[in-house]
Design a protein around this ligand. Structure first.
Ligand code: GAR
Length: 205
């Protein structure tokens, strides 16, 4: 293997996906190639971003699946048919079962918009994370890239970056700052780091 085949799982706007696409184009990601973008939402703008860059797309809508098992089986069949080596969750708003995370042990990473272990776990996603950070009154927040295991946001941390909370921040303003200053920076860096480890057989499978 000389390039890691990456699947990016998305549900929404896909700005983190865009950061990954741009990082591949600029050479920040050089050990991996985004080979599939899979969305849980058929209307996700992320799909358009993938199409614009000529990346293969797939949609697995939870609503159209009989059960969570069925949902994950469908995702697995796309991943396996593309021979995916690394799964990147970039704004993927579904919690994956232990069966799924065990199957891809050390092969799934996620970006979360806070400094884990603050403001993470079930219920903390998207704007809710920043609402909670502002409500608590923290003066520093940030983003975390971590491995995904059976505990929501509970896997080993790969990279973190802190971002200041400013007076008069709204959840929307804070979300944008965290994305610009942290998520779009560390997600591509962490992705390259893990791709390199996979290529060099430095990650337990
Ligand atoms: C990002 O802030 C991402 O960290 C967050 O959702 C947003 C998706 O934006 N993910 C989570 O909260 C997962 N727990 P994007 O679709 O523009 O990348």
């Amino acid at each position: 293997m000389n390039t890691v085949k990456i699947a990016v799982l998305v549900s929404g706007g896909g700005t983190n996906l865009q950061a990954l696409i741009d990082a591949e184009k600029s050479g920040i990601i050089k050990s991996g190639k985004i080979s599939l973008v899979l969305s849980s939402n058929p209307n996700a703008y992320a799909l358009k971003r993938a199409e614009n860059s000529g990346i293969k797309t797939a949609v697995v809508s939870k609503k159209e699946c009989r059960s969570n098992e069925d949902f994950e089986e469908k995702i697995t069949s796309y991943l396996d048919s593309e021979k995916i080596d690394l799964i990147v969750l970039a704004g993927f708003m579904c919690i994956l079962s232990a069966e799924f995370t065990n199957k891809y042990k050390n092969r799934i990473i996620n970006v979360h918009p806070s400094l884990i272990p603050s403001f993470c776990g079930a219920g903390y996603y998207g704007l809710h994370v920043h609402e909670a950070a502002l409500k608590y009154g923290v003066k520093v927040t940030g983003a975390t890239v971590h491995f995904v295991n059976e505990i929501p946001d509970g896997g080993k941390i790969i990279m973190q970056k802190a971002v200041d909370v400013l007076d008069n921040d709204t959840p929307e303003i804070l979300q944008k700052r965290v994305m610009e200053q942290a998520e779009w920076v560390i997600l591509p860096q962490a992705c390259e780091k893990i791709c390199l480890k996979i290529l060099n057989n430095k990650l337990e499978a």
